[in-house]
Design a protein around this ligand. Structure first.
Ligand SMILES: [Zn+2]
Ligand SMILES: [Zn+2]
Ligand SMILES: [Zn+2]
Ligand SMILES: [Zn+2]
Ligand SMILES: [Zn+2]
Ligand SMILES: [Zn+2]
Ligand SMILES: [Zn+2]
Length: 1758
């Protein structure tokens, strides 16, 4: 491919002027000389420069090459051509450039749009830009991904019924009113073009088709030939990427990287030099490559050795090609001159013109060259209608040759010039022209006939056994061309068109002749066939031909004369094919006085074929004859003697019998291939031109033959002649069963022949009627989604089903919920159209529909009879069909079957058979009734009633049908059919009365009323009877329900736990009720901290283990019980996604959480409880299990402790031990007393002393990391080391060893997962991680409750509630399993943030920590200060109350300061005169801050604004704190927190947390103590730099994360994707843009260009992005496929439906249907919750479990 095809003409000219290759003045002058020989000069110039420019082929400097090309060749050439500076000239042209055609050529994967309302055919498409600017945006459009190679049809008036131009291409749109005068090129330029183009084109053509490897044409050879060659490797589709790499490595001994580089280039450009050198060495390399590649796959790679100069000129030829391509876009004149030259044939020469030469050479060109060539054709010929036509003529002229080249070519179709056919053949006028002038239909069919012979057998029938799929696919391309030519019917017929079309049709019949009866099969008896024969190819051809056959029929039907001629031709062809079997002697078959003479043939013994396209085409033409009325002239074209209807019926009948025999399992031994063929025969993809037409052919037979003869023929072909003759008592059960199935099948076909009239021409119905009926019958089965209905309807040549036009008439749409899809429900008034024996039902559909309809009638308390709806009248040509209903043979058949039922010969009849007989009887009676209602009685010859009530003459016929029916009612097995029988009996009555009424018209006047009365009375009786039955049924149902519910109760009793647990998902409301009842029952003071602290509500907790089902009370000293849990890293709360996350936490210090909350550790639980011992056993058993089945891939990673919850199958990776809450209650008197002495100042002094005491104690062994406090002047001599103990201590809780073990286990998991490190029970960071996950999980839950708008307490799901409870209690208890010295050390570091005395060098400033994490850390670690050498003490309740209070107040003060400082840059948005107390306090606080920051903090911020910021900003912190203390202490929260109310919530939080509602009062209260702290907090350099605006601190409240905004209209996303360019590579290959829903990044997925090496592993763009963006868990939208992908880590992921729905409430994964899609907010919200609830991993595990196929997918490379 030419380098930088985009560097078009003039592009580099400016650079060339000062470029390093000077353009010789005399050279320029020479070019400009009018008299010189341009061609010679041009070639001379090329000969001189080209080999130099392209000399370094192995390692080209592309930019330098381009620069040289511009300077030495293109610039002078353009100067000559334009006669002035190219830049200026082209700029002028650019201004006036107009074309009404868009002509954008699509790349693979680009989205194209088609309008279903306006496009002439589905190949008419628009590019994204044109579509967005067109009227079709508001129409019913479809979106699709281009396979590449097509082009935008904007501006083509023939492609669109309306709106052919978008606003961009509309004339006069872009100020081009002046077009006429200026867009024309001046004469001089035209003259020059006529002189330049031929030489340029000739050079390009010559070089592209140049075959000499070593020599150049003499005019290009100017210097001595150097021995400099390249070994060039060409692309093919046979060798895989890896094969080529392998071969290259072996043959050239090169590195993998180099081989990869070569291979990628070859794949992209089609060829590449892989070695440079002397001829001999290149030749050697060539042989080596061939040898090695042959070893790998059968075929050697295509390698050539080319001389360096040849290679250079070929490269430059392509560069010139793209130069021309660009030039073409500037002016229509250029295009026309170019096309003229390309089409010019040498006078008197047979040689093809330039463009044909290139076309013919196309298959020999390499990929890159083809691309340039095709683009050139698009930009020139296809932009000028007149030349497009001329090009099409050339194309058709060489059509055969081109197609043959393509078929033996090995490149994809998009790379073949033959793929251009669609651009020409689908243009209606062009198609007409090509038919008339070039006989294109015949050309195509002849091409087919010429390429298909290799599949012909000795009888000249096709046989595709052992076919090559690829080759056949190429043949389909030719068939497709036929479809394109026929896609729009002509409106105007000329004689020539008629003649040519007929010629084409006859030629097409020759193909059908080869198919008629092809691939015959014979029933296998005894042995099963060894290999299933190939059947796919033949069926695939049928599918391809379906619409073509229909189109041919439609074309024929346009014109009466044509239709008759075509019919006669087709008839002849059928007759020619129907000769076999004529050799056999005719035999005679008698039944009830009728005789049939026929040639013996048995489907079960003789060969039979399912492929009968000729017969079926004839049937199609026949109904069109009938529809147009032309049938009356048929005899002029086909004489009645020639017609031979029996012969016409014969083959379709055989085919139907074959289907029946397959159903009767007579063809079992012929294997699956036959079953598949029979399936497709009746499937919606084929049935129109197979099954349906066979039924029509039988109807033709029934209408033209004697009815008895017809039935005898049917009986004989079904091999049932004996079955209805005499009772042959056979004992063989199998044979009887077989025979019964055959009878059923035959009856069914007879029902269809008589009853199926919904074909235009068979009766007077329209296409809409037909579709409506199809839809009604589909919806009678069940309500269906739009896509399901569409899939079950046949598509026409425009891929339309016509569904939308009628669906609203028959159905109502029901919208979908958050999952599932919308469905259509049948309208009630359409139910009467239901026909149980609808011919397109499969067996399952039939029984499902029957069941549904009966059930419905039962529910409506109606009888269960489902008689056929009255069918429309046959059209005259088919009216004789009904005669088979009342003919003797039919009566005989009906009677025999009924008799067998009545006589209880159980094995000889089936209920289905009876149903069909009843159906046929109903049809007969309906027919007679309808006829009687229309015409006078004496004219109605249809005497079904008479025949059915007539006695037979023989003994066998001693009873009539009516009598048999009466008896049938008493057959117990037929209870279910009783209602139908009654209905028929009533019909008999009605018909009888109609007959009598009309014959006795006079009496009718009087007896008529009586008759109706009688009718009424019977109806009343029926009604009463039905009511009684309904009542009985109701009682019966009640009884059963009672029994059921008793059973259910028992079940719930015995499985109580199981039941409760499974109900948990919906237990949200229960939870609220629980909480509410609890809170209303207790009325203590609801304060969590300080001396007024309320009591803990710790109830006795008795839990049941889900594994052993035993109950146990949770106690400190008992064996541990655990909750299944999942620990994961999470970025759900991050405020800064650009922060780089550490992939491994080996060196991480997790004590402090950054206020950005970049990545936390979340602990979730499904809330299911087990004994620790039971769980351990379960886990070990699972491990063992998997070790034994080594090769079974598992969803979960046992090594990392993963398992599925035994009850709900959630993915878990650890367990949380359940530690009981220690109930505490404090004596308020004592507490008040303590309050007198223990002020904050005092408390601080005490702990400082305590801490410094420890540090002195430990100073010997430990590194001194505490500053000396004694000197700070804060110490009080009265206080000593033990003072802290004096306010109350108690002994530490004693945990059972099993609880301890679990504490360690869980803590280690948090550490391992949270930091991604190897487990280490003794690591010092374990307590930090414990506090951190506790704090982070609370923050996540708080966040979730807020975004969901739920109250803080009482609205958690049970699983969240019990998980959080266990987590907080665990976090409090975990301390006891770590060395207290360690805990103290952590505590001191944490306190360092609050108390600057403890500050050490790594203590972060106030703005660098998340205060809630600090709070949780200090509260949980504080008891460690009570540790005394050997005695394990902990603070008493009173001590704790004060500790909590002061710790909380301190962090709160710090947090308020954080908020105030970080909102310093806030500018007031509104004036407020609020001068509240809070505002005033805020103002005075600010003054202090201002003072301490030496004025960095502006004092001007109004107090009310500060107060506003603080109040809003502190809310999440207070909410988290309330949750934390509640779950830590078990103190009930105030009622206000059980509701959602902003103001009430703030007050309630303050009261619960013992804060003044004017938060600034806290500062005032503690001013003396806090003042020095505040001073030091503010003086921190980080704080100052932030205040100076040098750095940005996080604002409070933090933003709540949500998934990115998605556009409402999906095409906006596609638009974005189309503009997406891979950041790493510049090629135009197809990309898979993927959108990260967390951060909105667009990534290039599934492509090697964007893989990244992480820890030595290649990761795809998504996987590596997920590591950063979501800490391994992420959510993406694959834009081109419209699917959401969830991934976790490197190995797991799943697909999830995208939140976009079409107007029918359905998703469209893969954009297969292409309907417009719109965002569904509820579904997107569901995805959001999935993320925020940390359920993505769970979702992946669940989907992997149900959908095992995803194991094969390499998620890593996504
Ligand atoms: Zn366009
Ligand atoms: Zn356009
Ligand atoms: Zn439209
Ligand atoms: Zn247990
Ligand atoms: Zn569970
Ligand atoms: Zn992202
Ligand atoms: Zn990429």
């Amino acid at each position: 491919m030419a380098d930088r095809a985009d560097g078009g003409p003039g592009g580099g000219a400016a650079g060339a002027a000062g470029g390093w290759v000077p353009v010789q003045p005399q050279e320029r002058a020479m070019w400009c000389d009018e008299r010189f020989n341009f061609q010679a000069t041009f070639l001379q110039c090329l000969a001189k420069h080209v080999p130099n420019i392209y000399s370094a082929e192995m390692d080209p400097l592309l930019e330098k090459q381009e620069e040289m090309v511009q300077a030495a060749i293109l610039y002078p050439l353009e100067c000559y051509l334009f006669g002035e500076d190219p830049d200026i000239f082209l700029e002028k042209l650019q201004q006036s450039r107009t074309s009404q055609l868009c002509g954008k050529v699509f790349k693979g994967g680009e989205t194209t749009y088609s309008c279903r309302d306006c496009a002439v055919d589905p190949t008419c498409v628009l590019c994204m830009d044109c579509f967005q600017n067109s009227i079709h945006k508001k129409h019913r459009y479809k979106m699709h991904s281009s396979t590449g190679g097509g082009f935008c049809d904007c501006g083509d008036t023939e492609a669109w019924k309306a709106g052919p131009l978008c606003t961009k291409h509309e004339p006069g749109a872009s100020g081009s009113a002046k077009e006429n005068s200026e867009c024309q090129l001046n004469e001089e330029v035209m003259e020059h073009s006529r002189r330049v183009f031929p030489s340029v084109i000739k050079y390009i053509v010559d070089m592209l088709i140049w075959e000499e490897e070593k020599e150049l044409p003499p005019e290009l050879t100017i210097r001595e030939k150097a021995d400099s060659y390249y070994c060039v490797l060409f692309n093919d589709e046979h060798h895989s990427y890896d094969h080529v790499i392998f071969s290259l490595q072996r043959a050239l001994g090169c590195e993998l990287g180099e081989a990869q580089l070569h291979t990628t280039a070859i794949d992209k450009e089609g060829r590449r030099a892989v070695k440079a050198g002397h001829y001999a060495s290149c030749q050697e390399a060539k042989e080596e490559i061939k040898r090695h590649s042959e070893n790998v796959s059968q075929r050697p790679l295509h390698v050539e050795v080319l001389h360096a100069d040849v290679m250079a000129h070929q490269k430059f030829a392509l560069r010139l090609g793209s130069w021309l391509n660009k030039l073409m876009s500037y002016s229509s004149d250029f295009r026309q001159i170019f096309c003229q030259i390309c089409l010019k044939e040498e006078a008197g020469s047979e040689k093809p013109c330039f463009i044909s030469k290139l076309m013919l050479w196309d298959a020999k060109l390499h990929k890159g060259a083809r691309k340039v060539l095709h683009e050139l054709i698009f930009s020139s010929f296809f932009m000028e209608m007149e030349y497009k036509k001329l090009f099409a003529v050339e194309f058709v002229k060489y059509y055969k040759a081109l197609q043959k080249e393509y078929i033996s070519d090995d490149h994809d179709r998009v790379l073949s010039v033959t793929a251009l056919s669609v651009q020409m053949f689908t243009v209606p006028t062009l198609a007409r022209h090509l038919i008339e002038e070039q006989n294109v239909i015949t050309t195509i069919t002849e091409t087919l006939l010429e390429v298909l012979p290799e599949y012909l057998d000795k009888n000249d029938k096709f046989n595709f056994q052992g076919y090559s799929q690829d080759k056949l696919n190429r043949v389909y391309a030719v068939i497709y061309d036929l479809r394109y030519v026929l896609v729009s019917k002509p409106t105007l017929w000329t004689d020539r068109l008629r003649e040519r079309f007929l010629e084409g049709f006859v030629s097409f019949l020759r193909i059908l002749t080869c198919m008629q009866g092809m691939e015959e099969i014979k029933r296998q008896i005894g042995q099963h066939i060894e290999v299933d024969p190939d059947w796919e190819a033949a069926i695939a051809i049928q599918m391809q031909l379906k619409n073509i056959l229909l189109m041919f029929q439609e074309w024929c039907a346009c014109d009466e004369e044509l239709l008759l001629k075509a019919y006669s031709e087709c008839h002849k062809a059928v007759m020619r094919c129907s000769t076999n079997g004529r050799s056999r002697e005719k035999t005679v078959f008698h039944l009830c006085g009728h005789t049939l003479e026929s040639r013996p043939y048995r489907v079960s013994a003789d060969p039979v074929s399912i492929h009968l396209p000729l017969s079926r085409t004839l049937a199609g033409l026949h109904v069109r004859l009938s529809k147009t009325g032309t049938i009356s002239r048929l005899h002029e074209f086909v004489s009645p003697e020639e017609f031979q209807v029996e012969l016409l019926v014969e083959y379709p009948l055989r085919c139907l019998v074959l289907v029946a025999q397959v159903a009767a399992e007579m063809w079992r031994r012929n294997g699956l291939s036959l079953i598949s063929q029979v399936f497709y025969y009746q499937d919606v993809k084929c049935r129109e031109e197979m099954y349906d037409k066979d039924i029509i052919m039988l109807q033709i037979g029934a209408s033209l033959m004697d009815p008895n003869q017809f039935l005898l023929l049917v009986l004989q072909r079904y091999e049932l002649a004996d079955a209805f003759k005499k009772l042959k008592p056979t004992k063989d059960q199998d044979l009887i069963k077989q025979c019964n199935v055959l009878i059923e099948e035959m009856l069914q076909i007879l029902i269809y022949v008589v009853g199926e009239r919904y074909v235009p021409g068979v009766s007077n119905v329209t296409k809409e009627d037909v579709i409506m009926r199809e839809i009604i019958h589909l919806l009678c089965i069940e309500p269906m989604a739009h896509s399901a209905i569409t899939k079950s309807l046949p598509e026409n040549e425009n891929n339309e089903t016509g569904l939308e036009n009628v669906i609203d008439k028959v159905a109502t749409f029901k919208k979908p919920g958050v999952s599932g899809h919308g469905v259509y429900e049948l309208k009630d008034e359409c139910l009467k159209e239901f026909n149980m024996f609808f011919y397109h039902y499969t067996k399952t559909q039939h029984s499902k529909a029957e069941h549904t309809q009966k059930k419905r009638r039962k529910q409506e308390n109606r009888d269960e009879a489902l008689p056929p709806p009255p069918p429309p009248d046959f059209s005259p040509a088919f009216s004789n069909v009904v005669r088979i209903l009342n003919c003797d043979v039919m009566m005989h058949i009906l009677r025999i079957i009924l008799q067998r039922a009545v006589e209880l010969e159980t094995h000889l009849w089936t209920e289905a058979m009876i149903q069909m007989v009843l159906h046929l009887l109903s049809l007969g009676l309906l027919e007679e009734k309808q006829q009687l209602q229309k015409s006078p009685e004496e004219e109605v010859t249809f005497d079904f009633y008479h025949k059915a009530t007539r006695m037979g003459s023989s003994a066998l016929n001693a009873v009539n049908v009516l009598m048999l029916l009466e008896k049938l009612k008493r057959v117990p097995q037929l209870e279910a059919q009783k209602d139908t029988v009654n209905w028929i009996l009533q019909m008999f009555d009605t018909v009888k009365r109609l007959r009598e009424k009309s014959s006795l018209t006079t009496i009718a006047a009087t007896s008529g009323s009586e008759a109706t009365k009688g009718d009424e009375s019977t109806q009343d009786k029926e009604k009463a009877e039905r009511k009684r039955k309904a009542e009985a049924a109701r009682l019966h149902r009640q009884k059963i329900m009672a029994q059921m519910s008793a059973l259910q109760r028992n079940f719930i009793e015995t499985h109580k736990l199981l039941y409760e647990n499974t109900l948990e998902a919906q237990g949200k409301e229960d939870a609220i009720m629980e909480e509410e009842s609890m809170s209303s029952a207790i009325d203590y003071s609801k304060i969590a901290l300080g001396p007024k602290r309320g009591p803990s509500v710790a109830e006795k907790e008795v839990l049941t283990c889900i594994l052993c089902q035993e109950e146990q009370e949770v106690k400190l000293e008992s064996a541990a019980m655990v909750l299944s849990a999942c620990v994961q890293k999470s970025t759900a709360l991050t405020q800064n996604r650009s922060r780089i996350l550490e992939l491994s936490g080996d060196t991480l210090d997790p004590l402090f959480m950054h206020p950005d909350l970049p990545c936390g550790t979340h602990t979730g639980s499904c809330g299911h409880v087990m004994h620790a011992a039971c769980w351990q056993k379960y886990f070990e058993a699972m491990q063992l299990n998997f070790r034994q089945r080594l090769h079974v891939e598992q969803i979960f990673d046992l090594e990392n402790g993963e398992y599925l919850c035994p009850l709900c199958k959630s993915l878990c990776n650890t367990v949380i031990p359940i530690v009981p809450l220690q109930a505490q209650k404090i004596n308020s008197e004592d507490a008040e007393a303590v309050a007198q002495i223990l002020s904050l100042a005092r408390w601080l002094e005490i702990i400082i002393v305590r801490i410094s005491g420890y540090s002195v104690k430990n100073a010997k062994g430990e590194k001194q990391n505490l500053p000396a406090f004694a000197n700070k002047g804060m110490g009080n001599s009265a206080l000593e080391f033990h003072s802290i103990l004096s306010f109350g201590v108690q002994s530490s809780a004693k945990y059972s060893s099993s609880i301890k073990e679990m504490l360690i286990l869980f803590a280690t998991t948090i550490y391992r997962v949270g930091l991604k490190v190897a487990p280490n029970e003794a690591d010092y960071r374990i307590p930090m991680m414990t506090w951190s996950t506790c704090a982070f999980t609370i923050q996540c839950i708080e966040n979730l409750l807020e975004t969901e708008g739920k109250p803080l307490f009482g609205s958690l799901q049970n699983r969240q509630h019990s998980g959080l409870k266990a987590l907080v209690q665990f976090a409090a208890a975990q301390r006891t399993t770590s060395p207290q010295v360690l805990i103290q050390k952590h505590l001191i570091r944490l306190l360092g943030v609050l108390l600057p005395n403890f500050k050490v060098e790594d203590t972060p400033s106030l703005l660098e920590v998340d205060m809630f994490h600090v709070l949780v850390g200090v509260v949980l670690s504080f008891p460690s200060l009570y540790w005394e050498d050997a005695v394990d003490l902990q603070p008493s309740s009173i001590s704790s109350a004060y500790n909590h209070l002061y710790l909380f107040h301190l962090t709160t003060l710090a947090h308020i300061t954080q908020i105030v400082v970080s909102s310093a840059t806030e500018s007031p948005t509104a004036r407020s005169s609020d001068n509240s107390e809070e505002a005033r306090s805020a103002q005075s606080f600010c003054r202090e801050v201002c003072q301490y920051t030496s004025g960095c903090f502006s004092q001007d911020i109004p107090g009310w604004l500060v107060w506003d910021c603080v109040k809003k900003g502190i809310m999440p912190y207070l909410r988290c704190a309330a949750l934390f203390f509640h779950y830590l202490l078990g103190i009930s929260p105030p009622d206000e927190l059980l509701q959602v109310s902003e103001e009430g919530q703030f007050k309630a939080l303050c009261s619960y947390l013992c804060l003044p509602t004017n938060l600034f009062l806290l500062f005032q209260e503690y001013w003396d103590t806090v003042n020095p702290l505040l001073q030091r907090w503010c003086a921190d350099p980080v704080v100052l730099s932030c205040l100076k605006g040098k750095s940005i601190a996080i604002r409070y409240p933090r933003k709540r994360n949500s998934l990115i905004e998605l556009p409402e209209d999906y095409s906006c996303l596609l638009n974005q994707a189309s503009q997406f360019r891979c950041p790493r590579s510049s090629d135009d290959e197809q990309k898979h843009p993927v959108l990260c829903l967390f951060c909105g990044a667009m990534l290039c997925s599934q492509n090697t260009c964007c893989q990244e090496l992480v820890n030595g592993e290649e990761l795809g763009a998504c996987t590596s992005h997920a590591l950063q963006c979501g800490a391994g868990v992420c959510m993406f939208l694959k834009i081109r496929e419209c699917k959401v992908v969830l991934i976790e880590g490197k190995t797991r992921g799943c697909l999830y439906p995208a939140p976009y729905l079409d107007e029918y409430g359905e998703t469209d994964p893969g954009l297969k249907r292409g309907n417009p899609l719109h965002l569904c907010r509820e579904r997107y919200r569901k995805l959001h919750l999935l993320w925020q609830q940390h359920c993505i991993i769970e979702e992946i595990a669940r989907s992997q479990e149900t959908n095992q196929i995803f194991f094969g997918f390499n998620w890593q490379l996504l």
